[in-house]
Design a protein around this ligand. Structure first.
Ligand code: AMP
Length: 468
């Protein structure tokens, strides 16, 4: 889809137009084109949009526009903790990203203050920050704590946004969201964003919204054409480490996020990369928030080249210089694969997503392929080929899909391409993957709910698995 609508045509106030220009947004993305006028016109909306589509500005711009319209002279806001706009985010990382975007967008506006409320931060500092804030970005648990202790009142909220609603449910926030919904039940508008409109999301929507309009832009089946996706079959963890090392030495690698399945794995992989001379650091949910913040900041500043993370980092990290995402451990749910790879190829750039899988992971690979409705191209690196057994397509008895190979077409093509020779140490890529392309914001298509990996959450080695 070509992007033709400017922010001016969407009727945004002058300070917001100045800000979008200063940030470098020349035209609205498809999700912005649809959501901005809808949100300005009022009513409740549920929106499915792909990661990296520009969805944050899609909800921030119309809401900031309303705040500016309500205070045209930019009078300073009274120092009460009574926000008019509330944005709920599932993770601290996402809350920080949304706040940072909001602060950038109000650079030229007067009388608007943004505050962030999230766990892991000192209470005193947060309580003083929320005084006089008209837009609050919060994670649900800490917001309820502050509301229960009367440090914040939510009854003046006019609009509530639930960002990444699917993730909210995954993280068990349903009750908290419903409690917050009750605390701001006089509001006139609710917007809900989710990767899919799965039945559980629709159920949440029914309890939070009045007859919402639907805007569908995302699809698990979007091709992510600006992200070259590759699969490598590996014989063992040691083999995966060799493949990882190969990719991290790729000359086009500027920054990489390596995903691990467990917190312990993220530490172990980061340690082993450091021992091999790579600048790598781990990030997972058991770390104190101050450490998580420092590590993310270091990634943003380009001081960290390789972040080894659990799925806590699968959403909310918006660092355009991330060139590579490497799935060392596979995600628990197929839909998280899409969120993980969305850490690269951001803001119109191209990116590379590599998945390392052992033979025992084949059902997870199949679930990802079913979810995205695209085969993952299996490729080989000369000298690091998997044994025949590891790359052999296998058929799960009773799967009802006879003849389907786990690596998609690529599993069988890999050896053919191997013979085409493109130089020592290079992988063989299909051209349509290798070429960088222009910005691919949200496409169209019907989302579907993602299959969960049956039983894959079980500890495989007797070790306690902690995933975020
Ligand atoms: P999001 O989907 O909100 O995470 O945004 C993904 C990336 O797109 C972020 O880096 C934004 O800064 C960027 N972005 C958002 N809106 C636009 C726009 N209109 N033009 C170009 N980049 C944008």
């Amino acid at each position: 889809m070509t992007m033709t609508i400017s922010f001016k045509e969407l009727g945004l106030a002058q300070p917001l137009l100045q800000a979008t220009e200063a940030i470098g947004y020349t035209q609205a993305t498809p999700v912005q084109e649809k959501v901005i006028p809808a949100a300005i016109s009022g009513g409740d909306w549920m929106v499915s949009s792909q990661t990296g589509s520009g969805k944050t500005a899609a909800f921030l711009l119309p809401l900031l526009n309303q705040l500016i319209a309500a205070n045209p002279n930019g009078k300073p806001v009274p120092g009460r903790a009574e926000p008019q706009v509330l944005v709920l985010c599932p993770t601290r990382e996402l809350a920080q990203q949304v706040s940072a975007d909001a602060i950038n967008l109000v650079k030229f506006a007067r009388g608007i203050r943004i505050a962030t409320i999230m766990g892991g931060m000192p209470y005193g500092k947060q309580i003083s920050q929320i005084k006089g804030a008209n837009l609050v970005v919060a994670t649900p648990g800490r917001l309820l704590d502050l509301s229960n202790s009367r440090a914040i009142r939510l009854d003046k909220v006019k609009c509530m946004i639930v960002d990444e609603a699917d993730r909210m449910l995954d993280l068990g926030f349903q009750d908290d969201i419903e409690a917050i919904h009750e605390l701001c039940s006089d509001r006139g508008q609710t917007l809900m964003f989710s990767a899919t409109f799965a039945p559980r999301i629709m159920q949440l929507a029914t309890s939070l919204m009045n007859n919402p309009g639907r805007i569908e832009l995302a699809s698990a089946h979007d091709k992510h054409e600006n992200i070259a996706q590759t699969l490598h079959w590996a014989d063992s963890v040691a083999h995966k480490h060799k493949l990882l090392s190969h990719w991290l030495s790729d000359p086009t690698m500027e920054q990489a996020v390596v995903f691990a399945s467990t917190q312990a794995d993220s530490e172990t992989i980061a340690d082993s990369l450091r021992a091999d001379g790579h600048e790598a650091t781990a990030l997972h949910g058991a770390m104190p928030q101050a450490v998580r913040n420092r590590r993310l900041q270091s990634l943003r500043k380009g001081q960290t080249r390789i972040l080894v993370a659990t799925d806590v980092a699968a959403r909310g990290i918006d660092v355009p210089t991330i060139t590579h995402v490497i799935n060392f451990g596979l995600p628990m749910k197929a839909e998280d694969y899409v969120h993980r790879i969305g850490r690269t190829g951001r803001a119109g750039r191209s990116g590379v997503a590599i998945t390392l899988a052992e033979h025992r992971d084949r059902s997870k690979i199949r679930a990802i392929e079913q979810y995205t409705q695209q085969p993952l191209q299996a490729e080989v690196i000369p000298g690091l080929e998997p044994s025949e057994k590891s790359r052999k397509p296998s058929h799960r008895p009773g799967s009802g899909r006879p003849g389907r190979s786990f690596g998609g077409k690529g599993a069988s093509n890999a050896s053919n391409r191997h013979g085409q020779g493109q130089g020592e140490g290079k992988t063989f890529k299909q051209n349509h993957f290798a070429k960088p392309s222009g910005p691919k914001f949200a496409g169209s298509g019907k989302p579907s709910s993602g299959p969960k990996f049956g039983g894959s959450g079980k500890p495989s080695s007797g070790q306690k698995r902690t995933f975020a």
